[in-house]
Design a protein around this ligand. Structure first.
Ligand SMILES: C[C@H](O)[C@H](O)[C@H]1CNC2=NC(N)=NC(=O)C2=N1
Length: 98
């Protein structure tokens, strides 16, 4: 069962992500990060790999792509805020670019 992150969960899961460049949104319970790639092909390849994980975990990013930039926002719509699934997907996205 997906649930909102507890205060402890926020500390343990979000702190490392913030150190890795994720930001906590000011106006909603969500995290976001902007990835820059060498070109459009690299950006779209990242999105393709990410999409497969999103489908596998049934947890989908809000994202935009402009040329070689991909901006990703993660939140859990079913619970109206951040859950462990967002942290899990954020870690996976970071793995995909390293
Ligand atoms: C019905 C389906 O399981 C839900 O709508 C899933 C799909 N993908 C999702 N993605 C995200 N980011 N949050 C959700 O709550 C969510 N829920």
């Amino acid at each position: 069962m997906t649930e909102l992150l507890s205060d402890t969960g926020r500390k343990t899961m979000l702190d490392p992500l913030c150190k890795a460049g994720w930001q906590i949104e000011a106006d909603r319970d969500a995290i976001s990060k902007t990835y820059q790639f060498a070109d459009f092909t690299e950006a779209f390849a990242f999105m393709t790999r990410a999409a497969l994980w999103a489908e596998k975990w049934n947890h989908h990013p809000e994202w935009t792509n402009v040329y070689k930039t991909v901006h990703v926002t993660l939140t859990t719509h079913d619970v109206g805020g951040l859950s462990a699934l967002d942290a899990k997907l954020a870690r996976k996205l970071d793995q995909l670019v390293t």
